[in-house]
Design a protein around this ligand. Structure first.
Ligand code: PMV
Length: 369
């Protein structure tokens, strides 16, 4: 599938007065991880994630039509005119990242040149909590732009094509953002067992999902709220000449195939085993790259040991997964909340910074508000 189809624009009736759109977009947590890409944000393997519900970015995107002669005389030719505010504070330091995003998406939404933009954004999760805001942040921005394009379109945009183009644009900001558009789960990256899968956008997993996964819980244990020791960009690049790269990409494809069966059967103990193995494989890649990174902290390991011991002793299907950081995502079915939450409070919260954790669960995706 080629990206050319996203170059086809509907006829638009562009506004002549300023306006705005507001949106919320969630974070997501990958079960089979994406780590390693080719240029153009093309993943080296397919990945799949739960869309979350509580960890959100809220963005208001305001626009004002620009007179192109004015733009020329102010020397803005070739650049987009925008400002970014985070929780009400102007953040010029995000300028480069947003400019890169705008430049990448420009061919697919050329009308962005006709406006100056103000992006007001905030996250529901604590700043510097170690939870990546790029997935929810770019999903929000892509969703807001597509909300405008659909509203200004003279023809009706189908829900399916709206989701695909939103995911396509979000991917150009951050790969994992492509999977934050709808719930309960999305996969991204070509996989032989998923005929509609694509490297260009994520697709909703709609078939064969055992009901237990529809309201799966993700309690995020905030082990270390420090800055990420390795940025995603650096991390993905380290996979280029990594000694285990090809085995890792093949393993991820195989794990996704197995996970699809598990998601269908609802075999929760197999789910736990596969999801934990994926998380540790991601960290193994970082530990064996050059330079190498150990992103787990002693408390990450302390929590992992307790989760495994609890699962064995109680025969309750709780398991962990990890992002590119020290925090632990504790995954379990909602039927066990009554047992698992008190255990988290009594035994696991002591390993969290300031005892903090976030009670999240599977959600439904971006929402225009
Ligand atoms: O979307 P990026 O480029 O920040 O990469 C994120 C990769 C992981 O979060 C570590 C794994 C994943 O699949 O979400």
């Amino acid at each position: 599938m080629s990206h050319d189809r996203f170059l086809d624009l509907p006829k638009l009736d562009l506004p002549t007065a300023p306006g705005q759109v507001s949106i919320t977009a969630p974070s997501n947590i990958a079960l089979v991880k994406y780590w390693g890409k080719e240029s153009g944000q093309i993943p080296k393997n397919a990945s799949i994630s739960f869309t979350l519900k509580e960890c959100l970015t809220r963005t208001t995107l305001s626009y004002a039509p620009i007179d192109h002669r004015e733009k020329h005389s102010s020397g803005l030719d070739g650049h987009l005119s925008f400002e970014v505010y985070v929780s009400g504070v102007l953040k010029p330091e995000f300028g480069d990242k947003i400019e890169t995003f705008f430049q990448r998406i420009r061919p697919y939404v050329p009308w962005i040149d006709c406006f100056s933009w103000r992006i007001d954004t905030e996250n529901t999760f604590p700043h510097g909590s170690g939870i990546a805001s790029s997935a929810s942040g770019f999903a929000a921005l892509a969703g807001a732009l597509m909300g405008l394009e659909a509203a200004w379109s003279l023809s009706k945009t189908s829900a399916q094509s709206l989701i695909e183009k939103t995911s396509f644009l979000a991917r150009l900001g951050s790969g994992s953002a492509s999977r934050s558009i709808v719930g309960p789960m999305m996969y991204w990256g070509q996989h032989p067992n998923l005929i509609d899968s694509s490297d260009l956008f994520a697709v909703t997993l709609s078939q064969n999902l055992a009901p237990v996964f529809l309201d799966y819980q993700d309690t995020i244990l905030l082990i270390d709220k420090g800055e990420k020791a390795v940025s995603s960009t650096v991390g993905h690049n380290l996979m280029h000449d990594h000694p285990f790269a090809s085995q890792r990409f093949a393993q991820a494809q195989k794990n996704l195939e197995q996970l699809l069966d598990i998601l269908n059967s609802g075999d929760l103990m197999s789910f736990c085993q596969l999801v934990e193995s994926e998380a540790l494989s991601l960290h193994a890649m970082m530990m064996t790259s050059n330079p190498s990174f150990v992103l787990m902290k002693p408390n990450t390991l302390a929590v992992i040991e307790r989760i495994r011991a609890y699962r064995k002793a109680r025969e309750i299907p709780v398991c962990f997964t990890l992002d590119a950081g020290a925090n632990v995502h504790l995954l379990y079915p909602s039927a066990y909340v009554g047992q698992v939450l008190p255990w988290i409070k009594e035994e696991l919260s002591v390993f969290c910074q300031n005892g903090q954790f976030i009670e999240d669960r599977v959600g439904t995706g971006v929402k225009i508000i």
